[in-house]
Write a new protein. Sequence first.
Length: 278
Amino acid sequence: MILDMKNVSKVFGKFCSKCLETTGAEFNSSICPTCKSVVGVNDINLVLSQGEVLGIVGESGSGKSTLLQLIYQDQKASLGEIFVKDFVGKDGKKKNILDANLNELSFLRNSLMSMIYQNPRLGLNYKFSAGGNIAEKVIMSGNKKYDEIRDRALYFLDKTEIPVSRIDDYPEYFSGGQQQRIQISKALSSNPKILLLDEPTTGLDLSVQAKILDLIKELQHEIGFAMIVVSHDLGVIKHLTDITVVMKNGQIVEKGLTDQVLEDPQHAYTQLLVSSIL
C-alpha cells in the first residue's frame, strides 16, 4: 500500500449533520437539501498499491478532480484520513497527511508526490526557465548540489524530448505541448512515489496528446511510480490505467480492472457514461 484513503469527505459550505446522509449517487445530487452546502467528495475509501495506475472517471462535478486535490493537499478534506507510505510522525508511526504542518506538507508535495495539472500555468513557475523549474522542485525535495541539480534537469528535459539547448528558455516561449512536457519533467525530477495527473491532455492537439500519453506510459514503466489519472476522456484512461473507479455526485459507484469497467460496465451510470462517450 502506497496510498490509503479512509472515509474522506469534502464539503463546501456550512457542513451540517445531514450533508453526507442526503447527497451522493443514490440521491443524484451533491447539494445538501438542508443547508445547501455542496458535497464535493462523500465518504471515499481508496487504496493505491506500489506501481499501480488508477484512473478516475465521471462527469464534470462528479468529484474526481476534487479528490485529486485532497490527496495533493491543494484543498483540505472536511473529514477522513489519508496515509501515504513513508509519511510518518516524529514517533515513526504513519501520520494522517491532513494533520501535516508546513514542513511536512512541503516534504509530502516535493518528495513523495507530484502533480501534473491540466493547465501548465498551475504547475510551472513562469518566472523561472525550464531548467529553473526543475531545479526548484529538486531543491525543495532536499537536493542542493548544483551539479546534480543541473544534470537532473538536463536528463529529464532530454527524456521528455525538450532540446537541452533550451534549458534556459522560459515557459512562455514554448508551445502548449512543450509546456506540458516541461511540467512532466519537473514533476518527475524529485523521484516521487505517486504521480497525480489532472486532465493531462485536455486542450492539446490529438497528435500531441498521443505523444504525451506515450511518454507518460514509458516513464511510468521505466521508473515504476504509482499514478492516479483523472480524465473525462475514456481513451486516456484505457491507454494509461490498470484499474478504474467511476465517480458520481462525489461517490465511487464502480471499481474494477479498466478493460472490464469500460467493456462490461455493471452500474447503470457507468453504462450511460461509456455509451455516451465511446
